[in-house]
Write a protein that binds this ligand. Structure first.
Ligand code: F6R
Length: 602
């Protein structure tokens, strides 16, 4: 989604603004712009398309200002165009805005009646005009910012510069994330704390209703009543955007290969199941039902974990897509209900909405979140950090395996608390997960060979049974989002109820199998596909692959594990397959079209 970056320094800030926008590119956007103050006046440069296009515009007439704001826009109100690109201006002011202004129509009418002249179709343009009108009436810039914050409905983060105070950067937050920092060279703010890397070692996270005043001397935060406040700080990882140190061609490939380290970090931090329980105020002995809620890849992690909570903890569990769940009609909650929300970014608007619904119903919410300091992490009743480290590639990979590893620990912890048998044994098996993922990664040459055969396909089908069904869905999602090949994941047993009509020799079918109780059932489904000339690529352990070698055109081996480990390990070749197919198609793997890393609108 949109990104904000701003800087005040002792030297021209345009290069830093462009670099800042590059760091936010992974969030997804379709136009970009900057504004600085130069010789007392606002200077604005915008371009449609990538930051490269903006950089070319800036190079042809570099602004010399030492204070500036920058923005990458993911179009919501009005098409991607220079006119609609941020920053937006009113006389003497420029602002960059993330989020949605729900009451922009009413405000636009009222402001137009009072003389505002709008140039764009965006909701955001009401912000500089509101500020301008307050300031024209003698209100200070700081108070004008707070007043505007109160007048707007929706979720937003704003950065602003004003000709009235050419040495102050201002920011305001409600609902959309914003972090500020200060270092030797001056002050900085961004919608993603990691984007402060190199400019500040710590990021201060604004809370809802807070504003920030950043000068060359430091940062001051004010709460909604205008009093000075201190807020939570996060360490900024200086290496996260250091692409020159990345031996991999893309962030996504590096993140896939980081998975064994992520798993080791999680199992090192949460040594025994009780360690995850210590982070959340829940007594699983009293839990009567769990609802897991998330979106996209995080939803597939939830779908898998649902089975684990039932199997290991014997608690009824259900899973819901956040965007649907938040508008459902509900029966009265039962005593002992618990909600678990899962989010890499911690800023997904739909998941936040679902969380609010749960809390309004009096149901405690625990969150599994990668981005510490995010809205979900702050607002849940208890949060378990995923410890995956910053994930830059838009397609989620290491955050997914981190979600599954932490969810596995949590399900085992719940089982232990409920005195279920065999938990210690499963916990011991979990310790082997990192080595198994490493072994699956070693099979990358075989994955590349398959990708070379299928990367021109028009459509692909993924099938799996039991705990491999959510993995099939996740594999199909990974493929479609970065390769733009149509892909669907199905429960293997469901194929004969309709989707089998899609089977033809041109459509690769990625069939997930594992030795174990469901093997024979899966094998029958796969043979049904083979009987209809399906082009089958098997993913499974050696024994399972051997039994089906007569029907597969290719196979990808993963180590054999139990119901807890097999789905996590089986994800690895699917991530690699999506990556290599997209690479062979010459696509921008880390920044696929139309997508955003952090989906902060409904
Ligand atoms: C897919 C992907 C998305 C996210 C979804 C939820 O690779 O990244 O489907 O999983 O947008 O995002 P979070 O986990 O940040 O709530």
């Amino acid at each position: 989604m949109c990104g904000i970056f701003a800087r005040i320094a002792n030297e021209p800030v345009a290069p830093a603004l462009i670099e800042g926008l590059r760091r936010l590119e992974y969030r997804g956007y379709d136009s970009a712009g900057i504004a600085t103050i130069e010789q007392g006046g606002i200077e604005r440069r915008c371009a449609v398309g990538k930051v490269d296009a903006l950089e070319a515009v800036v190079r042809s007439g570099p602004p010399a200002g030492t204070i500036g704001i920058a923005h990458t826009r993911w179009a919501t109100h009005g098409s991607p165009s220079e006119r609609n690109a941020h920053p937006h201006v009113a006389p003497g002011l420029a602002i960059a805005h993330n989020g949605i202004i729900e009451n922009h129509r009413e405000l636009r009418h009222a402001l137009s009646d009072r003389g505002a002249r709008f140039r764009s179709e965006t909701d955001s343009e009401v912000i500089p005009w509101l500020m301008h009108q307050h300031m024209a009436n003698g209100v200070s810039a700081k108070d004008a910012m707070h007043r505007v914050g109160e007048e707007l409905h929706g979720a937003f983060a704003i950065a602003a510069i004003s000709e009235n105070e050419p040495n102050v950067l201002r920011a305001y937050r409600r609902g959309s994330p914003l972090a500020v920092g200060f270092g030797e060279g001056g002050g900085v703010l961004a919608s993603d704390p990691q984007a402060l890397a190199g400019y500040a070692t710590e990021a201060m996270i604004l809370e809802d209703g807070d504003s920030a005043e950043i000068t060359r001397d430091g940062v001051t935060l004010f709460n909604r009543t205008g009093e000075r406040v201190q807020r939570q700080t996060l360490a900024v990882d200086p290496s996260v955007f250091a692409c020159e140190d990345n031996p991999y061609a893309h962030h996504m490939l590096r993140e896939i290969h980081e998975q064994p380290d992520v798993i080791a970090r999680i199992l090192g931090q949460y040594r025994v199941p009780a360690d995850v329980l210590a982070m959340v105020p829940v007594d699983f002995r009293r839990v009567s039902r769990i609802t897991l809620v998330a979106c996209g890849t995080s939803y597939y992690a939830a779908a898998l974990a649902r089975r684990w909570f039932q199997e290991f903890a014997r608690v009824p569990a259900e899973v819901a897509i956040a965007s649907e769940f938040r508008y459902e009609a509900f029966a009265p909650p039962l005593p002992g209900e618990l909600a678990i929300v899962i989010s890499q970014s911690g800023e997904t608007a739909d998941t936040i909405g679902a969380m609010e619904v749960m809390r309004a119903r009096g149901i405690p919410v625990i969150a599994l979140v990668n981005q510490i300091g995010s809205t979900i992490a702050r607002e849940a009743d208890g949060t378990i950090p995923l410890l995956a480290g910053p994930e830059i590639g838009v397609a989620s990979t290491k955050a997914f395996s981190a979600q599954l590893t932490v969810l596995a620990m949590l399900a085992l912890a719940a089982g232990q608390r409920r005195n279920q048998p065999g938990i210690g044994q499963f916990h011991a098996r979990l310790q082997k997960l990192g080595d198994m993922v490493t072994a699956a990664l070693h099979n990358e040459p075989a994955v590349i060979a398959v990708a070379e055969r299928i990367h021109n396909a028009h459509s692909m089908i993924y099938v799996g049974r039991g705990s491999l069904f959510p993995v099939a869905m996740e594999g199909a999602l990974k493929l479609k989002e970065i390769s733009y090949i149509h892909a669907e994941g199905f429960a293997a047993g469901e194929l004969k109820h309709g989707p089998i009509a899609l089977v033809d020799p041109q459509t690769p079918i990625i069939a997930l199998v594992a030795s174990g109780s469901l093997f024979e059932k899966s094998a029958s489904n796969i043979r049904e596909i083979a009987a209809r000339n399906g082009r089958i690529i098997l993913v499974g352990d050696r024994a399972a692959l051997l039994s089906l070698s007569d029907v597969s055109t290719h196979s990808l081996t993963v180590p054999q594990g139990c119901d807890l480990l097999q789905p996590i390990v089986s994800t690895v070749p699917l991530q690699l397959l999506a990556y290599h197919v997209a690479r062979l198609r010459g696509l921008d793997v880390d920044r696929p079209r139309n997508l955003a890393k952090s989906v902060t609108v409904e």
